[in-house]
Design a protein around this ligand. Structure first.
Ligand SMILES: Cc1cc2nc3c(=O)[nH]c(=O)nc-3n(C[C@H](O)[C@H](O)[C@H](O)COP(=O)(O)OP(=O)(O)OC[C@H]3O[C@@H](n4cnc5c(N)ncnc54)[C@H](O)[C@@H]3O)c2cc1C
Length: 449
């Protein structure tokens, strides 16, 4: 009997037949559940939290958002293609609106009944016939572990829940308070403090701006100079202007962007900010209209990389010193897949075809492991469409599926950006949305040809 429990390695295993296991009910997991259901699959989705929304649900223990977080990608560039964000919402909605949007998405497509909340996936192991043995347990204690077997696994566990903390010389001697931005929720913690924010990414810039408004002083330490894109250019959200110029050659777009910034914001070095050592589009975009403004007001002091911490002071590479009482490490997050054997996804960072398919495991796919120069959800929508069609093709036309899969290992080394983005762990999955969507589109055509 297909659904009767069977014994596997002397542990009872629920055989879920052709069902697919989805790990995570954030934006990527929800899109995966919806698109797999639409393709006729039975789906069991597990999330260790008790609600949907993943990163965008500020009540979740590991949510990286803070009370002031708004989208940095604008509405039309961010929404799922088949479920628009409401017209009357602003260009850059607040995180609470994003959560409401995912709640509506889940209700509209009837996804909740397929999600097991408060359930953590402890391990997912390949077994015979490309199937997967998945071990789950209640995430808040109590209850027994269960083992189930699935035809395929879609990993949608997000890449913003494991704080990356760099080795900072002398930090163990520092007497002030040190937090990672993952535990920063509200500007109240900055009030009246002398704050050092380390990290030039979007979160670091946001917190530096909040420190400029609330703290007694703010130093902002970055390893290099960055391009700070304003949220609006020519009266339009900057990513929409960027999108409208995609037909131009990259060099021309880079030149035009540098020119626009020069004409509007001006020469960043005049403000004491460092000259970027790279062209625009060669690092993940920093979108912040206020950072330069507050640097210009003297409320943020830009400083270079940290050289070392002392008991009370911090020395920087350029010889300057600061005496903060609170240090915020806005040093980002690292993708982690603790429930998978390290060999399964290959190297670290994982080399996946289209940042999605593990070449050695045709029934394992990752959704959402992309960092685009625009909103992420449209890319994940098409990723999960491709995953659903791929899994369908494996059963309807195994020969054709094998032909397509033959090049997967080589294609896992390909990058999906025209700009020279560094191949560090931080930037490995950086993609240009147009280049990436074109590649997914051609895969979708291959899968339906
Ligand atoms: C501050 C901030 C601002 C951002 N701004 C934007 C923006 O403006 N535009 C944009 O497009 N993107 C933005 N992002 C990127 C953001 O990561 C994506 O928008 C998106 O939320 C990622 O969704 P996800 O589903 O892939 O991951 P997550 O939202 O992190 O969801 C992963 C889910 O998996 C669950 N999970 C993990 N491991 C397990 C396990 N072992 N068992 C069971 N469940 C598990 C988690 O509980 C979680 O619910 C921002 C990110 C941050 C940190």
């Amino acid at each position: 009997m297909a659904n009767a429990p069977r014994r596997w390695h002397s542990v009872p295993v629920d055989d879920r037949g052709n069902a697919v296991c989805v790990i995570g009910a954030g934006s990527s997991g929800l899109a995966a559940v919806k698109n797999l259901l639409e393709h006729g699959f039975a789906v069991d989705c597990y999330d260790r939290e008790t609600g949907i929304g993943g990163a965008w649900n500020i009540r979740h223990d590991r949510s990286p958002v803070y009370s002031s977080t708004h989208l940095i990608s604008s509405k039309p560039m961010t929404q799922f293609p088949d479920f628009p964000l409401p017209d009357h919402w602003p260009d850059y909605p607040h995180h609470s609106q994003l959560l409401a949007y995912f709640e509506r998405y889940a209700d509209h497509f009837g996804l909740r009944e397929h999600i097991w909340f408060g359930t953590e996936v402890v391990s997912a192991d390949p077994i015979e016939n490309d199937r997967w043995r998945v071990r789950v347990r209640p995430s808040h204690g109590g209850g027994a572990e269960r083992e189930l077997s699935y035809a395929a696994v879609v990993v949608a566990n997000g890449h913003n829940s494991h704080p990356r903390t760099p080795a900072l010389p002398g930090i163990e001697d520092f007497r002030g308070k040190v937090i990672h931005s993952s535990s920063y929720k509200d500007a109240a913690v900055l009030r009246g403090k002398k704050v050092l924010v380390i990290g030039g990414g979007n979160t670091g810039c946001d917190i530096a701006v909040e420190a400029a408004q609330q703290a007694a002083g703010c130093w902002h330490s970055t390893r290099r100079g960055y391009w700070y894109a304003p949220k609006y250019v020519f009266g339009r959200p900057a990513d929409q202007v960027n999108d409208a110029t995609q037909w131009l050659p990259l060099r021309l777009r880079q030149w035009a962007f540098h020119r626009v910034l020069r004409l509007t914001v001006g020469d960043l070095t005049r403000f004491g900010l460092r000259k970027p050592d790279h062209k625009v589009y060669e690092t993940h975009p920093i979108v912040n209209s206020q950072l330069v403004y507050y640097v210009g007001h003297g409320a943020i002091t830009p400083v270079t990389d940290v050289k070392r911490f002392n008991a009370r002071t911090v020395e920087f590479e350029d010889g300057t010193e600061a005496e903060p009482d609170l240090v915020v490490l806005a040093t980002g997050y690292a993708p982690r897949f603790e429930f998978l054997d390290p060999g399964i996804l290959g190297a670290n960072p994982p080399r996946l075809w289209l940042h999605m398919f593990a070449p050695r495991h045709p029934t394992l796919a990752v959704a959402g492991l992309v960092q685009p120069d625009s909103g992420q959800f449209p890319l994940v929508h098409w990723q999960t469409q491709a995953i659903a069609r791929w899994l369908t093709l494996r059963t309807t036309n195994p020969e054709r599926a094998a032909q397509i899969w033959a090049g997967a290992a080589d294609r896992a080394e390909w990058r999906w950006t025209k700009a020279k983005v560094s191949a560090t762990e931080r930037h490995w999955f950086e993609v240009s949305h147009v280049t990436y969507l074109k590649a997914v589109e051609s895969l979708l055509k291959e899968l339906t040809a």
